[in-house]
Design a protein around this ligand. Sequence first.
Ligand code: BES
Ligand code: ZN
Length: 634
Amino acid sequence: MIHLKMKLLAAATAVLLTACSADPESADTVDADEAAIEHVMDKHSASTPDEAYITHLDLELAVDMAAEVITGTATYDIVNHGKGRIVFDTRGLTIAEVKDADGRVLKHTLGDSTFLGRALMVEIGPEVKRLSIAYRTGAGADALQWLSPQQTGGKRHPFLFTQGQAILTRTWIPIQDSPGIRITYNANVHVPAELMAVMSASNTTTRNAAGNYSFSMLQPIPPYLIALAVGDIEYRNIGPRTGVYAEPELVDKAAKEFADMENMVIAAEELYGPYRWGRYDVIVLPPSFPFGGMENPMLTFATPTILAGDGSLTALIAHELAHSWSGNLVTNATWDDFWLNEGFTVYFEKRICEKIYGQDYAEMLAVLGRQELTRTMHDLKEDGHDADTRLKLDLAGRNPDDGMTDVAYEKGYAFLTLLEAETGREKFDAFLRGYFDAFAFKSMTTEKFLAYLKEELLDPGNVSLDLDAWVYQPGLPANAPVVASHRFALVDSALVRWSSGVPAMELATGDWSTFEWMHFLRGLPTGITTERMAELDKTFGFTASGNAEIAFTWFEQCIANQYEYAYPALSEFLVHVGRRKFLTPLYTALAGTESGMLVARTIYKQARPNYHSVSTHTIDDVLGWQKMTEPVTM
Ligand code: BES
Ligand code: ZN
């Protein structure tokens, strides 16, 4: 594994830029200007794009819901630099055969198994431009969550969805699994006749009687954005370019909830230029989906926990839509540059929301975000992870997922709002629009962004900022713009009144939105008596709230104040919902006391089979689960 060692060495010293020259023969398969492709060293991929890299993927897949296996063939167009081999990432895959375009078998070997999986090395002559890999997924395919009928809304059919970000695509497709790689793809997917398949590509809106579905993604995307969902799914139209897929029980509710989606696309385009992906649809997944949303191109994957009934949690859709520019169009080159995806997206999301819902709304969103950042920074520091409070991360030797925190989102957002404040909104907007245009369908490193920022925005405007402090140092610099909300100021006075003994009933909460309730619940004093918790609950019905954000924030307070009356509902929530953002704080809080740990483990035992690997990976750690249940093997 000499090349891996060399890669690590290179990573330790400097960022290695490898310019890859164009190959005219495969030019018809890629939109991106190949001559301009620069592959940056990625510590989380074994691929060696300086030797050969993929530009297009054709998938032929059969999904066996009963056996929980995907079997198929992945065929790639490649740019071959004649170095004798191409290297793919795999994890847990069984490789049956590798062939060239003429059907000749190509020799392949698998590298050692690490947390990154196993490198698949294929020997290729200089003439090889296309090759295929026949393979099947294994039991530990972490991208995949196979749900039994019981775990779905309808309870009649099984369900499958994939989650690729950050390094999980390699568990269901052999691929060069680096965000610096870009491919177009086509897929033919066979599923049981009673189910429907959708992908992060052009989709049909109707069922195919034979269970055969075809997809194409004509724009080059990074592999973490390849996604598939299979289940009893229906479609509802929202606007000319927008719609929603969900299980039949939920689809009408979802269409109503996301009524603003088309307007969001329009607002986004007005801000930062044309939406380049054709359609924008959302699929609402079963509640075990580990994230709020995932920006799979053309088809955002979303948790049903944003269906509050009043549209109050749809900022999340604005966020995933914004990734169609920041992330999917201009993509972080490595996971160390993750803030380029998320920080920009949080900024963009708030601008969309400001346009549609007004400034009050955007301000409340910003304050809630800052509260989360403050908490995350505090926790990271306390846990000895101060280095993870930098925007530019160093995730060498770690699962990138473990270093992806609110810092990328909210410190990134704070940085961009500072840039806006220093240069003026008009200039900053023009800069961002130009940035998305200039680097469309390309990957971006932090360093390249900073150079572009200086050249295009800071130097011409005579603005000087301590970029090093913002990007490379831990903590939040003192010149971070202050965020404030006058609506929250009213909530704060309600909090003061209630804390001084005024009954909950007498608080003027009549026109509060979800955000105000969240702010109220976060701001409750410590050490609340059971009587006063009960008073709040009786007055506002928090325990029985159908709004997942409100319920979650309330449950945090219930744990902090040991208000055990709410524990059956808390337990029900934790068993039902697999969204990691909710699970981690709740289990962590429970684990803080001996009796709470017991409660947490009892709930987790029941809930764990419902969770995606992304969530179990985190919560196992929180509760010391693996250590407790599995014999230690060396
Ligand atoms: N791309 C992320 C989800 C993600 C991040 C998956 C890192 C895997 C690794 C997505 O866009 C996201 O940020 N989702 C948030 C919602 C958002 C409104 C902050 C979430 O899931 O909570
Ligand atoms: Zn995001």
